[in-house]
Write a protein that binds this ligand. Sequence first.
Ligand SMILES: Nc1nc2c(ncn2[C@@H]2O[C@H](COP(=O)(O)OP(=O)(O)OP(=O)(O)O)[C@@H](O)[C@H]2O)c(=O)[nH]1
Length: 388
Amino acid sequence: MDPHSFILISAAFGVLCAFVFLALRSGFPRDIAGLARWGWSCALMAGAALLFALQGKAPMFISSFVPNLAVAAGVAGLRGSVRRFAGKTAGDAWPAALIILCAAGLIVATLVYEDFRLRVLIMSGALALLFASSAFEVWRVPARAFAERYTAAIFGATAAMMLTRFAAALGCGDASRAALCADVAVLHMVYMATFSFSIVALSLGFLLMVNRALQTRLESLASRDQLSGAYRREAFLALLDRELIGERAAQRPLCLLMMDLDNFKAINDCHGHLVGDRVIRDFSEKVKSVLRRDDLVGRYGGEEFLVLFPDTPPDDAQAIAQRILQAARRGSVGLPAYTVSIGMAILEGGGIDAAAVIDAADGALYAAKRSGKDRLELVRPAGLSVAA
Ligand SMILES: Nc1nc2c(ncn2[C@@H]2O[C@H](COP(=O)(O)OP(=O)(O)OP(=O)(O)O)[C@@H](O)[C@H]2O)c(=O)[nH]1
């Protein structure tokens, strides 16, 4: 296939990718960012490809200078999309400076005197830098999964192709297009092919990234309580069931806390429901701040929360529960003072279902309320209740 066909294929791919991302954008939540930018960057590269196709028919300014810069701006746009997706600013400052430098170089190599080799050096050097930096940005996306690894690999491979083209052009002595060594001519074809397909391959990668982000978002909406960020009751019970089933459950200790804010009705009555909501959120944040990575917190009902400590000796769980009591007592600026009562069920042998453990913790919570609130009571589901 001749370079001309590759250029037209690139343009078609670019238009399709732009269309897909710009169409998807409206259906995605605003906090999954970068889709529109990615779409416009693809459109820019498609436009550049169409202008490249005019080579020999239109002046060099239109068919080489402008599209070369548009391609660089498009790749910088892809890089900015990845950064926006990762929750950062687009970070366009140095790519913009690089494009201005490229423009200065291209003016010399296109408009002052015709030097194809210098243009190849400028553009492949700049693009290698932009692609490599994009690979780095994708690699740094938090919670990296297959989609990110794949996209980073494509960015990296395209950067390597650009670098090879740069090195090959550097090795060519003659500045005229006709005398360019055969290696660069072959590489030029490979470059065209790489470029055409990398737009599609990268767009598929970014599509997988945004799709995974959306899936995580939906899963979180389905399983998390929006006010407190804790697991919803059903999701928490499913996780508790999972911890109680299986052989491992019989061999490791497990503790469950049931917590209930004290006199919460009075807080609502005196300060209003919205302040009550803020107290619930504040308490949930305090709980999360003292928990460890594997501990799970769920909202069981209005102002009732559950915490599961998997594989945790009772003394450790008790120490954390005490820290929760203290954190609640400490209070928060702008909120009424509040306390919490906690019932803790200790399981050391397994062989019990979720409902029975919750019942046991609920019993201990009731004991804590009856003994004056703002305290912790322990129970071993065999029935023994001990004040802590
Ligand atoms: N603001 C707010 N209030 C809630 C929410 N869910 C339940 N409540 C209120 O929480 C209050 C719970 O009150 P009670 O069950 O009587 O318990 P309490 O006043 O905390 O008393 P003790 O549990 O004995 O300390 C009720 O007034 C509910 O309307 C919520 O999401 N937001």
